[in-house]
Design a protein around this ligand. Structure first.
Ligand SMILES: [Zn+2]
Length: 255
């Protein structure tokens, strides 16, 4: 995971304090005003030393800021700024909430149709995906396959786009399972699910956390195409629908 400061510069945010209070603010360059700092605004590197949270609270010192209940280690949440236009879903944190939506939609679709997964299935939704130990624990010992659902990254040199689901063949952790990947391809072909196949050099998934923790079953990875990952992200309903269909097809597959 991780993000560049320029990806959140200018964004509104909420600081969650130890006392349970929240303090609103915004993330800005220390030389934020072009009228005051001129060239410095353009030339300053966006790094830890030059980005700050401007709190919407009256404070002029460390003591006053601590008196607000703010401490080292407090969580700072960036505003998602959701907007849906022409089928495009533009917001932060699509990675990996889009895929949670895919799983929930697939489950609801099956339930509404009175169907059940063909195999005993565990849905594992991890809060720690970006930290790296997402699916390292919490899965039952008797699973035989793991399909990780995570966003597909869109950009120059990638096949992924915002209108398809994507099968990730390989990422920074190495190749995913060939047989399980091929099974997912066959399902996509069989049901006419719009999909792409891609490789990501700077990317990892919960599936990797699982196999690094000693998991010993086939792991594959699918997900919707998301533009500007870990930035102000965007996908399209077509990619979300395709991924949901793919998850549902996998769940109903008896083989
Ligand atoms: Zn991510």
């Amino acid at each position: 995971g991780g993000f560049g400061w320029s990806a959140v510069e200018g964004e509104g945010c909420t600081v969650f304090t130890q006392s349970g209070d929240t303090v609103r603010g915004s993330i800005l360059l220390t030389y934020a005003s072009v009228h005051v700092y001129g060239k410095k605004f353009h030339e300053t590197e966006r790094d830890d030393d030059h980005i700050e949270v401007r709190l919407d609270a009256r404070t002029t010192s460390e003591e006053e800021t601590r008196a607000l209940g703010i401490e080292v280690g407090d969580f700072v949440a960036f505003d998602p700024r959701l907007e849906i236009t022409n089928g495009f879903v533009r917001t932060r944190h699509l990675d990996d909430k889009a895929c949670v939506a895919n799983l929930v939609s697939a489950i609801k679709t099956l339930a509404d149709a009175g169907r059940k997964p063909a195999q005993t299935t565990t849905f594992h939704i991890s809060n720690y995906e970006e930290v790296g130990h997402g699916a390292a624990a919490g899965l039952p010992d008797d699973i035989t396959e793991l399909v990780s659902v995570d966003m597909a990254a869109v950009g120059e040199g990638q096949t992924s786009d915002e209108f398809h689901a994507t099968l990730c063949i390989k990422d920074s952790g190495g190749p995913y399972h060939h047989g399980l990947s091929n099974k997912l391809r066959r399902l996509a072909e069989k049901y006419g699910i719009p999909y792409k196949v891609d490789i990501y050099p700077y990317y990892g998934s919960d599936g990797e956390a699982y196999w690094r923790a000693g998991g010993n079953v086939a792991v594959a990875l699918i997900g919707p195409g998301v533009d500007a990952s870990h930035n102000y992200e965007r996908t399209h309903l077509e990619a979300l629908e395709a991924t949901t269909q793919w998850v549902a097809a996998y769940l109903l597959d008896a083989r």
